[in-house]
Design a protein around this ligand. Structure first.
Ligand SMILES: Nc1ncnc2c1ncn2[C@@H]1O[C@H](COP(=O)(O)OP(=O)(O)O)[C@@H](O)[C@H]1O
Ligand SMILES: [Mg+2]
Length: 511
């Protein structure tokens, strides 16, 4: 006679979750322990953890023929998070616990340590959302993951710190209280941090460009000599971005959950991400992927800012891989079986020196680079990539009198007020459409929403011909002009708006 127990669990591939059934069979025969449905190495490690965790939780490990199957078999599963459902299955099949609660209505997830403690697992937020959707009543998970799960309302969350505690709960000896936290979504204030526009002297043109970038979610490239304030400007950009909506908060938090970057004290990403990966970061860490695909920096900056300092120093392959997400707002990464997409709708802020020594554009300091060096440096960023950047600005070294001024400039709060106003206009314009800012308009949307006044029409016509602009650039200029018009509270795009948008085209190369 053999006994079979079935326990439900779940796993994620990318941001999607799916159900995993853990079947445990205890049969007669010589003691053995077989797991099917996991990759080889993970199986061995899981076996050891389950065996030790059971022994250290004052229950016995059955000395019979023990077989565990993880279904569906055709989906590759990542190891550790199934430790807990497997251990519970073993306990149930060996009748060390009874089915006191309706186990069919419960989901179990967690990694065990040898002593039976529960460890943090990745992707709890999407799994909990999935559990709620399929109508599961409760989810048992590691206590350290409870905060992120609690963002989902309508499902009972039982935080478990050790296997022993769970056994007592399932035997009805000592119940674990379900996890509840007050609703934590606070969306009034963005985290301005220590950077504020008020502390940046001069640089009016750069600040104006950043304001436009924030208002319409346009990518920006800053070029200037070392020490001119490019990094400072980029770091101040979050302080003028509009607050996140609740929907965006959940969307971004889900990505951080899968990346394993949340903790109970920090379970919610409630301000726009600002990521600034170094140029030596590996391309998998930047773009995403790996054997068990994880979101990269470009997905961690979803709905926020990706700051790439020293832009031309990034490997060419990384720069080229940016093209697709910059166009589509998602990134496709390949994995063992097929491909996978992660959201990657970020605002790119890139900074570069104009040449290797940095002083090519400086009117007073002499550049010491060879023309070929300059050419090689500037060529690293390809035309198609440059095309996807709407705002190109020069950040000059500012003069002493400006730097030393005691007057403080306009504060970020004031600028953010204008940005929010322009965003509200866009929200009204796009209504229920999945367009969250002007930069996300397609060619078709541009026809509908970018009405030009005759003077503006004439001006852009001249520009396209004389500057030999591509269709993509033409569309990008219209979108940028749309944002400039929104900041100006103007229903139609006027010639001045087009004129300003054209200013932000890249300058002719200097070699
Ligand atoms: N406009 C400015 N107002 C105030 N401080 C500035 C300004 N520009 C630069 N600085 C100061 O100079 C330092 C170097 O600037 P940084 O942004 O790192 O330059 P870059 O990135 O262009 O090399 C910053 O730490 C900042 O304190
Ligand atoms: Mg810098």
């Amino acid at each position: 006679m053999s006994k079979v127990a079935k326990i439900l669990s779940a796993a994620t591939i990318g941001l999607d979750s799916y159900l995993v059934e853990v079947e445990v069979d205890i049969g007669l025969g010589l003691p053995s322990f077989t797991i099917v449905g996991l990759p080889d190495k993970a199986i061995d490690e899981s076996k050891e953890r389950i065996r030790a965790a059971l022994r250290n939780s004052h229950v016995s490990f059955p000395e019979h023929r023990l077989t565990i199957n993880l279904a569906p078999a055709d989906i590759k599963k990542e190891g550790p998070s199934f430790d807990l459902p497997m251990a519970v299955g073993v306990l149930l099949a060996s009748e060390q616990i009874g089915n006191s609660i309706d186990l069919e209505e419960s989901l179990f997830i967690g990694e065990l340590s040898l002593s039976g403690e529960l460890r943090h697992v990745n992707g709890i937020l999407p799994i909990t959302m999935f559990a709620l959707e399929r109508g599961t009543k409760r989810i048992f998970l590691p206590k350290v993951n409870a905060g992120e799960a609690a963002l989902v309302h309508g499902i009972e969350i039982i935080p478990i710190s050790s296997l022993e505690e769970l056994i007592e709960h399932l035997r009805g000896e000592k119940l674990v209280k379900s996890y509840k936290v007050p609703k934590v979504c606070k969306v009034e204030e963005t985290a301005a941090g220590q950077f504020d526009f008020a502390h940046i002297a001069g640089q009016e043109q750069a600040k104006r460009a950043l304001e436009i970038a924030a208002a319409g979610n346009h990518n920006i490239l800053m070029s200037g000599p070392p020490g001119s304030g490019k990094t400072l400007l980029a770091r101040s950009l979050p302080s003028i971005l509009p607050a996140m909506t609740e929907g965006e908060i959940l969307e971004v938090t889900k990505i951080y959950s899968v990346a394993g970057l949340l903790s109970n004290r920090n379970s919610l990403v409630d301000h726009r991400p600002f990521r600034s990966p170094h140029h030596t970061t590996s391309s998998v860490a930047l773009i995403g992927g790996g054997q068990w695909p994880k979101p990269g920096e470009i997905s961690l900056s979803h709905r926020g800012i990706l700051f790439m300092d020293e832009f031309p120093e990034f490997p060419r392959s990384v720069l080229e891989a940016l093209r697709q997400p910059l166009e589509d707002g998602v990134v496709t990464v390949s994995r063992a079986s097929g491909t996978l997409t992660f959201p990657a709708d970020f605002l790119l802020v890139a900074a570069q020196n104009p040449c290797p020594c940095g002083y090519l554009s400086d009117p007073e300091k002499r550049c010491i680079c060879m023309p070929t060096q300059i050419m090689r440096y500037q060529k690293k960023i390809s035309g198609p990539l440059l095309d996807r950047i709407d705002l190109h600005i020069e950040v000059p070294r500012i003069k002493y009198e400006k730097l030393a001024t005691r007057e403080s400039a306009e504060s970020s709060k004031v600028v953010r007020g204008r940005v929010e106003k322009a965003r509200n206009i866009q929200r009204e314009r796009f209504g229920g459409l999945p367009i969250h800012a002007n930069s996300a308009m397609s060619a078709k949307d541009i026809k509908i929403y970018c009405q030009l006044e005759p003077e503006g029409e004439k001006m852009i016509g001249l520009a396209v011909d004389s500057m030999r602009l591509s269709a993509r650039v033409y569309h990008r200029i219209l979108k940028l002009a749309r944002t400039i018009a929104d900041l100006d509270d103007s229903a139609n795009i006027k010639a001045v708006h087009i004129a300003e948008a054209l200013q932000y085209r890249p300058k002719e190369k200097m070699y």
